[in-house]
Design a protein around this ligand. Sequence first.
Ligand SMILES: NC(=O)c1ccc[n+]([C@@H]2O[C@H](COP(=O)([O-])OP(=O)(O)OC[C@H]3O[C@@H](n4cnc5c(N)ncnc54)[C@H](O)[C@@H]3O)[C@@H](O)[C@H]2O)c1
Length: 269
Amino acid sequence: MRVLMTGAAGGVATMLRPLLAGLYDEVVLSDRQAPEALASHERFVAADLADPASLAAACAGIDGIIHLGGHSVEGEWQAIHSANIVGCWNLFEAARDAGVQRVVFASSNHAVGFYRRRDRIGVDEPVRPDSRYGVSKAFGEAVGSFFADKFGLRVLSIRIGNVGTVPLDRRRLSIWIHPEDLLALIRIGLEHPELHQAIVYGESKNERSWWDNRTAYRLGYEPKHRAEDHVELALAAQAKLPPDPIGDLFQGGTFCAAEFAGDLKRTSS
Ligand SMILES: NC(=O)c1ccc[n+]([C@@H]2O[C@H](COP(=O)([O-])OP(=O)(O)OC[C@H]3O[C@@H](n4cnc5c(N)ncnc54)[C@H](O)[C@@H]3O)[C@@H](O)[C@H]2O)c1
């Protein structure tokens, strides 16, 4: 199986690359900028998500795509639009044109960030983006669903919480995912024989989870890592942070607080 990873110079890709060694025949790395230190099973193809021709070259001969590329935080609409709206659409179109069978889309918890921390949500509730970035991730999930139903691709959208070797604060105790667990979800997207299209939450085994992740478990997900094993570290880091009267209410945290001019009473349900 030949796999294309977009956003290959980024933080998550850099954590995943060593874990992919030995799993697939070839991993094609794609980004606007070259990633460092290519291994023997890796090859780099420069591609801008805004440029369909470069994406066509990256997708040639590929069986499955891990789509990590794009604008990964809140930003100006122009930048989000170019990388995550136009770029995401271009990526799916290039995949279809090249006969790629599977796409794993790196969605985000920020697609549902305006749910309260007291809420427990699955993947059937409406999206509730907390940022332009979150809106673009909800769009990507919709594009994935469309390309699966209309054109027969197999698509897994992973609403990633926060990727790292440890959870960094109290919020992250609820949404953290270890890179090895993220890889396990990605492998479901690339390999599960019965996948059509699905949305799952990208979280490890988190006792403080805000999410019902039964779709992932039904697909065979078995997370190995527990956020609670790092609780002291996370709460010590939290103690150094100032309270955030808006962000602390919502799952999306600071993304909700930024520019907030809403009515807290009306966002309570
Ligand atoms: N890091 C997390 O914990 C986290 C959480 C939720 C979702 N995600 C999603 O996972 C993915 C990877 O996140 P990350 O933290 O590695 O982000 P990152 O910003 O470190 O990496 C993103 C990469 O995409 C590339 N890129 C941006 N615009 C591009 C364009 N127009 N054409 C080609 N390449 C482009 C950048 O050069 C960069 O290397 C992103 O889609 C992000 O939204 C990450």
